[in-house]
Ligand binder design. Structure first.
Ligand code: NCD
Length: 340
């Protein structure tokens, strides 16, 4: 289901002050709450409107006091059942910059350790009166389940298993648009462990929705068992792809999700698919190097390549806060004056 969300910005909030986003975010039932569960819930127009709203929050983030009262009185909970540094901190910082209250749930210190079920945990948290839950879980589909169990809270998918990571894809789109002007016509190579990557799944949907062409570059063992329905090309030769791409997007080997030996050795992987210093010279000037983090320097990317001027890895992180402000604002603050 999709629903139209309207947000009105107050005068004085940067150049895009009059923007009226109408992004389509998924709802559990018609006319019901709004969630961000999958990139597939957003069409091209919906993604573009989030990116336009992000421009405003980038401007807010650059102020000496980067805070607006848009979500005062709202509470955002991060419910992370899997490790995270940047996604969790980024959502919490985004919520704080919008003046929302934040609560953080850590599995290792919670009643989950005493055998409490996911459903009871969610219902307990919701009973405290919260407005949004950002959830990360190792099982695909958990954010959808939580959206069914909760009554009033908006649910945001912060990464579910190998499945999706929609806000990562939105910040990646924003970063490419910021650096290269647009996504239309960009040739993007996504390299590495596609099979276990929720980032790759959300990125392919978002990049192609905005008109980019995507080539997946990986050994056959690190590709999904079937690519039916994926609007992509596939290559096993990074050296042949690099000279003609505008963006190279590296992925970490997600060894915590590998149940069998999928690679002969790390050294061989790096030799064939790593963005080594020598290989990075095959890129055309101005081509971007991206990575969602965490980076394993010396494996999928050489340490010095990750720090090259055309590497925008830290910019992705910076933009992530503004993108998440835009998403929280759309879900919780629609119609509320930004009040700046
Ligand atoms: C990724 C994730 O957790 O899906 N990181 C992130 O959120 N920025 C990618 C990874 O773990 O390799």
């Amino acid at each position: 289901m999709t629903a139209t969300v309207s947000a009105t910005a107050a005068p004085g909030v940067g150049p895009a002050a009059a923007v009226r986003p109408a992004a389509r975010l998924s709802t559990a039932k018609p006319g019901g709450r709004r969630h961000l569960l999958s990139i597939a819930d957003l069409d091209r127009e919906g993604i573009e409107e989030i990116l336009r709203l992000t421009d405003m929050f980038v401007e807010v983030s650059e102020r000496p006091i980067p805070r607006v009262p848009a979500l005062r009185g709202k509470t955002v909970v991060s419910l992370f059942f899997e490790d995270s540094t940047r996604t969790r901190l980024s959502f919490e910082m985004a919520a704080k910059r919008l003046s929302a209250d934040t609560m953080s749930f850590s599995v290792s210190t919670s009643a989950v350790k005493k055998g409490e079920s996911l459903r009871d945990t969610v219902e307990t948290i919701e009973a405290m009166g919260i407005d949004a839950i950002v959830v990360r879980h190792s099982a695909a589909g958990v954010p959808w389940q939580i959206a069914n169990w909760t009554e009033g809270a908006a649910v945001i998918n912060g990464g579910d298993g190998w499945h999706e990571h929609p806000t990562q894809a939105l910040l990646d789109c924003y970063t490419i648009r910021q650096q290269r002007g647009r996504l239309d016509g960009q040739r993007i190579a996504i390299v590495g462990d596609i099979r276990h990557s929720r980032v790759a799944r959300s990125d392919v949907l978002a990049f192609t929705a905005l008109g980019a062409s995507v080539t997946l570059v990986a050994p056959p063992t690190l590709l999904p068992p079937t690519l039916a329905g994926w609007p992509v090309e596939v290559s096993h030769r990074l050296d042949e792809v690099l000279p003609s791409c505008d963006v190279v997007y590296l992925l970490r080997l997600q060894r915590e999700r590998m149940q069998e030996a999928l690679l002969p050795s790390l050294r061989e992987y790096t030799a064939t698919y790593g963005l080594t210093r020598q290989r990075a010279r095959l890129l055309v000037p101005g081509a971007l190097i991206m990575h969602p983090g965490p980076v394993n320097r010396g494996v999928e990317i050489a340490a010095e390549v990750a720090d090259q001027p055309n590497s925008v890895i830290t910019r992705q992180v910076r933009n992530g806060v503004a993108v998440r402000m835009a998403v929280l604002y759309l879900l919780l603050g629609s119609g509320v004056d930004l009040g700046v």
